[in-house]
Design a protein around this ligand. Structure first.
Ligand SMILES: [Zn+2]
Ligand SMILES: [Zn+2]
Length: 424
């Protein structure tokens, strides 16, 4: 496979975390630069920094595995001040929140405010569906339906067209997000030469959203019969979505608390055009009680209340305050994917302790999980490929990229599951 446009992989190959892909046209354009958190530790690991001079960075969305490495990239790059970072407006806001929070947590010597401030200064918000020119190369964003602000990237150079999916979701049935906007593929003016696709759930078939919601609500109700219910949830998107699901199913008198970074992330998502407007997110948040202090937390766990809190995988945030203060009659329900080795994964697998700053801590509450995925499953991944008919597919952002790539070859696609430093 020899391409006119060169594509080189610097991170996110064969793993979920630290995405970084360099597209070389007449300019060197870096797609995402993420970070990966090592479970049980605060430390972050980053993609490899390209040898090539980077002319621009384009961000797909504001998750740590797509933007968390920007301070590292900037600390290692001599022309950092001159590198524009393009994203949607909501991604700019949420990236700022995430990076400022990363400074508080530490996790790397590059996570310091002066470097993060340079990154923030270079963030340039771009509207969806607007064409931006960098040299002879153009690109545009269209909505990816994954989290507020998330976008697929459509890059064009000469007669080639490259689509980077970032993380996306086609599901019509979610309460918070509009699904990915596939209208850009309805009339394909230029055939798609190269598709760089996420593959988080290339091995899985999701249950229907209605079934998932019903089972989740049953678990919450069962938990409330004996005690309080703590719902560890990702700050961005998941906190707001879980809140909407609860408000739909519980009467006004049921007390719902929201704690942690999810409050700010939800506020920054109010005006994002990809958030469903059938309900007002601002009103949703007002219907819950927002927690800011320790005494409020004590009050929240003293009754049969619901508490939505970060961190989604139990690796930080106020969850660590709650974890060892809950009793056996209380319930913790994880609402998302918990990576191998994380506190969430350990508890789901039956452990009675978690690691907090290196110290084993006992957790007495009952543990459950109902994972509200914001990613495509295998059916939806293949649905996208059938629609856009790419000449080449590069599979990244998954633990089984090589296997999935081989499956795609059997289906007749020209596909690769690249390794780090591979260039095509
Ligand atoms: Zn994501
Ligand atoms: Zn991701």
């Amino acid at each position: 496979m020899t391409l006119k446009t060169k594509i080189k992989f610097y991170g996110g190959t064969g793993e979920v975390g630290r995405n970084a892909i360099l597209v070389k046209t007449d300019r060197n354009i870096l797609l995402d630069f993420g970070a990966k958190q090592i479970p049980g530790e605060r430390q972050l690991i980053f993609p490899e920094v390209p040898d090539e001079k980077v002319d621009a960075v384009i961000l797909s969305h504001a998750h740590l595995d797509h933007v968390g490495g920007l301070p590292y990239l900037f600390s290692k790059t001599s022309n950092a001040l001159d590198i524009p970072i393009y994203s949607t407006l909501t991604t700019k806001k949420l990236t700022t929140l995430l990076l400022d929070d990363s400074v508080k947590i530490g996790g790397s010597e590059c996570m310091i405010q002066p470097i993060v401030d340079i990154v923030k200064d270079n963030l340039m918000p771009i509207s969806l569906n607007k064409t931006i020119r960098i040299g002879e190369t153009t690109f545009s964003f269209f909505s990816a339906g994954h989290i507020p602000g998330s976008a697929m990237v459509d890059i064009r150079f000469q007669d080639e067209r490259i689509i980077y999916t970032g993380d996306f979701c086609l599901n019509e049935n979610r309460l918070l997000m509009e699904p990915a906007d596939l209208s850009a593929f309805q009339n394909i003016d230029i055939p798609i030469s190269h598709l760089i696709t996420e593959s988080t759930y290339s091995n899985a078939f999701h249950q229907s959203r209605d079934t998932l919601e019903r089972k989740f609500i049953e678990s919450v109700k069962a938990g409330l019969e004996t005690g309080c219910v703590v719902l560890p949830s990702f700050a961005i998107e998941r906190t707001a979505e879980i809140l909407r699901v609860l408000l739909k199913h519980f009467p006004n008198k049921q007390k719902i608390y929201v704690d942690g970074m999810g409050i700010k992330a939800t506020k920054l998502s109010f005006n994002s055009c990809d958030v469903k407007k059938s309900e007002n997110l601002f009103q949703n948040l007002k219907q819950a009680s927002q927690i800011a202090t320790g005494p409020n937390r004590k009050k929240a766990i003293s009754g049969n209340n619901i508490i939505i809190t970060t961190a989604g995988m139990g690796e930080g945030g106020p969850f660590l305050w709650y974890a060892n203060r809950l009793f056996s009659q209380d319930t913790i329900i994880f609402t998302g994917y918990c990576v191998e080795g994380s506190n969430g994964r350990k508890l789901i697998d039956g452990s009675e302790t978690i690691t907090v700053d290196g110290i084993e801590t006992k957790v007495s509450a009952s543990i459950r999980q109902h994972s509200f995925s914001a990613h495509p499953d295998k059916t939806d991944l293949i649905k996208l490929y059938r629609l856009i008919k790419p000449e080449n597919i590069f599979v990244v952002h998954g633990e089984n990229t090589e296997e999935f790539s081989k499956e795609l070859e059997i289906l007749g696609y020209n596909s690769k599951g690249p390794k780090i430093f591979d260039e095509y």
